[in-house]
Ligand binder design. Structure first.
Ligand code: DGJ
Length: 742
């Protein structure tokens, strides 16, 4: 026994010398509740990870060898008191089958049928500078003492952005496969007086509705079971306020999102002592995974930030992180565009499209995006009931092929982009006729459609090849294609993979991982090509996908009033550079209102330019010019949500560049009741010592619809942030945009 004790102390001391992040507690903490009778085995070991304002500290309890979360929250001035504490903390990655009575992070049944898992700390290491960033990647290895089964926890901390990414790798070398039933990406614990959960939910055309509620004892789950996408009804994001509700500028908040484009689950469980555990990861529902010996099961990343200064700061942290690491080319610029979906639907031909290319130029945007309906011959894609899967140009509509349009676009000085939906198939298609075994559908039940289509079985390598070749073939044949809109218009129902045979419970996970494999291959060949992620509206956005996509379609609902709420919701987690907003004819608001709303992200148009009046065209052209001047501030600046549309008949938000020399403020009156008084608002994020000039942009050429303009005035940042501006109007659905320049 003494020998073992000595060896353990020696090992810990060696780790200490090799790694300054691991610090022993002096003196060792007392036993945690429940294990009082065990003898002391080794000093506790502390593993400190964190960012510039946050600490996430783990303790290896010397008495039981398990890993605990000792602390997560605002950075501590020093960790000495924590080391004195008798409380070990909460299990960092709770297992099931031994003494855990609450929801586990992991559950496995060994190949001998034993349903228990024990994980003891083995070692830890860390790397800095991964991928050229200032991130620190901590790895903590845990092993079952009785079985060759191990879990490595990865904690990647981004110091400057105050963001943490966490995931796990699960592996074993047992003789036969081991079934894993739960496999969380992260498990976080909180001890607060109150927990307030903000969730973002909705449906097609009503994405990202916010709802806040207080958590009570027991379990609350946010999840989806959609297969091909993460969100549609629930979104894979949440905000959790501790010790009471938080607002934009104050309160303790955890903002979390899972980087996974399939079924997800966030589980919040408050135990009998009022402690909260938050378990995040792939939804384990109907997804037990048979893990072969030697294979690694890697969970997706849980991405989270903690802010002690409210939700606004949490969003800005995520935006900064996303621009640098979360979104493909997130620090780059974006192409403005004219799309033809709303304007023509499926009803177009070469002549009509050539005319739209002229309108693209006239409008002043960079690119024309040809949407759905350009392909399939035996079953032409003239509506959404046929043709999906047959990716050859429709000869009647495009007799000279895509190549002609790409060339015409080039001749007219604009770029050309194209819509595809390569994971799907209509039953009325040659693809369906030729490859019925490439489709996810139950063999003995009627087919179940959503938008008249079915999902291809991406677990099948032949299908993976087909999808890759569809995209690659199109780009190889038409190297001038400068943009892709990648759509995905249904979820999985009646799901059965002919390829997976007796491993049907793998389908949800293997689908997403193989989609990522295809995207990996495409990105190796086309690293920077802008691709918009789209899914029957905005139901597919998440940071698992955004690594491959430059932007996403936020919603099919482009009514500008609705859009304010939708974009407001997305803004909590996704930066403006990734959110595509188009000016369309959906809403009844003025063209100005619709344009102003579309400007708060990546701006595009999907409108009949040839039906615009001269004044309307001029207005849009000016807006495009202003946008090109200001888009860097909007797309990459810091966002301040100043007045919430959920709280007033008004919405105000502003973007400020890093140097605090330029800002753009957007103000909207959603409704104006008789005598309604809109209070003066205080701006945020400016430099108090600087003087700023206010210039109104997107001014209507005829008639004014907003209250007195501040245009032309100069104020100090101090004044703007303490006294503020009047952003009010008696006209419902009116708006104002101010360019604010040092
Ligand atoms: C759904 C998308 O959200 C729309 O923008 C459009 O591309 C259609 N699909 C085309 O079928």
């Amino acid at each position: 026994m003494k020998k073992i004790l000595f060896t353990l102390i020696l090992i810990f001391s060696l780790i200490l010398i090799a790694n300054p992040q691991v610090q022993p507690a002096q003196p060792p903490a007392g036993p945690p509740p429940g294990i009082q009778n065990q003898k002391p085995a080794a000093p506790d070991v502390f593993i400190t990870t964190g960012t510039k304002s946050v600490d996430l500290i783990f303790r290896v309890n010397g008495r039981d060898g398990r890993l605990y979360q000792a602390y997560f929250g605002k950075k501590l001035a020093n960790t000495e008191s924590l080391k004195q504490s008798r409380d070990a903390g909460h299990p960092a990655y709770a297992t099931f089958g031994t003494d855990n009575l609450f929801e586990p992070a992991i559950r496995a049944v060994h190949n001998d049928g034993n349903p228990s898992l024990e994980l003891k700390y083995v070692s830890q290491s860390f790397e800095t500078g991964t991928g050229g960033s200032s991130a620190v990647l901590n790895k903590i290895l845990l092993k079952d003492p009785e079985y060759p089964f191990e879990v490595t926890l990865f904690i990647k901390t981004f110091p400057d952005e105050d963001v943490i990414e966490q995931w796990a790798e699960i592996k074993h070398t047992e003789k036969k496969p081991v079934t894993i039933y739960n496999y969380a990406s992260s498990m976080l614990h909180f001890d607060a007086e109150q927990y307030w959960l903000t969730q973002f939910h909705g449906d097609w055309a009503e994405e990202m509705k916010m709802a806040e509620s207080q958590l009570t004892a027991g379990i609350k789950i946010l999840d989806t079971k959609l297969g091909t996408r993460a969100h549609m009804y629930q979104t894979p994001v949440f905000m959790l306020s501790l010790n009471g509700k938080s607002d934009e500028a104050s309160g303790e908040v955890l903002a979390g999102t899972l980087g996974w484009s399939g079924n997800f689950r966030f589980l919040f469980e408050i135990d009998e002592k009022g402690s909260l555990r938050v378990i995040s990861g792939i939804n384990p529902f109907a997804s037990e995974y048979s893990l072969e010996p030697g294979k690694i099961f890697k969970t997706p990343s849980m991405i989270f930030t903690y802010s002690a200064a409210g939700k606004g700061q949490a969003s800005r942290n995520l935006h900064r992180w996303a621009q640098k690491y979360g979104v493909l080319d997130g620090t780059g610029s974006r192409l403005t565009l004219l799309n033809n979906w709303e304007a023509t639907g499926f009803n177009f031909d070469e002549k009509k499209l050539t005319a739209i290319l002229d309108e693209t130029k006239l409008l002043g945007v960079d690119l024309f995006l040809l949407d759905d309906g350009w392909f399939a011959n035996k079953y032409p894609r003239n509506n959404d009931r046929a043709g999906l899967g047959d990716w050859q140009e429709n000869k009647a509509k495009l007799p000279n092929g895509l190549g002609y349009l790409v060339k015409e676009a080039d001749n007219k000085g604009v770029k050309f982009g194209i819509w595809i939906e390569p994971e799907m198939v209509n039953p009325k298609s040659e693809l369906y006729e030729n490859h019925p075994d490439w489709i996810l559908k139950l063999p003995n039940r009627p087919e179940h459609y959503y938008r008249n289509q079915l999902v291809l079985d991406l677990t099948n390598p032949k299908v993976q090849e087909f999808v890759f070749n569809t995209v690659d073939g199109m780009l190889t044949k038409n190297p001038g294609i400068a943009f892709i809109k990648w759509d995905c218009n249904r979820m999985m129902t009646n799901t059965y993979s002919p390829y997976l045979k007796d491993k049907q419970s793998h389908v949800y996970i293997d689908y997403v991982n193989n989609l990522y494999n295809i995207l990996d291959r495409l990105r190796q060949k086309y690293p920077k090509l802008p691709i918009m992620l789209c899914s029957g509206g905005g139901g597919r956005v998440d940071y698992g996908a955004l690594k491959y996509f430059t932007e996403f379609w936020a919603s099919d609902n482009t009514d500008a009033l609705e859009r304010i709420y939708i974009q407001w919701g997305y803004s909590y987690f996704f930066p403006a550079v990734s959110v595509c907003n188009h000016v369309t004819s959906w809403g009844k608001q003025s063209l100005k209102f619709r344009t102003d709303v579309a400007m708060m992200g990546k701006m595009g148009f999907d409108i009949q330019v040839n039906e615009m009046t001269e004044n309307e065209l001029k207005f849009c052209q000016n807006a495009v010019t202003s946008y090109k001047r200001l888009n860097d501030v909007i797309l990459h600046g810091d966002l301040y949500r100043i007045v919430s549309p959920y709280e007033e008949n008004r919405a105000v938000m502003m973007y400020v560049n890093e140097a605090k020399s330029k800002a753009v403020l957007f103000g909207y009156i959603l409704n104006a009741r008789y005598g309604e008084n809109f209070n003066r608002i205080r701006l945020q994020g400016l430099d108090p010592a600087k003087t700023y000039k206010i210039q109104e942009i997107n001014v209507l050429t005829e008639g004014r619809r907003f209250g007195p303009s501040e245009s032309g005035r100069s104020y100090t940042g101090d004044y703007l942030m303490n006294v503020g501006l009047n952003i009010g109007s008696a006209t419902p659905l009116s708006s104002v945009v101010y360019e604010i320049t040092e």
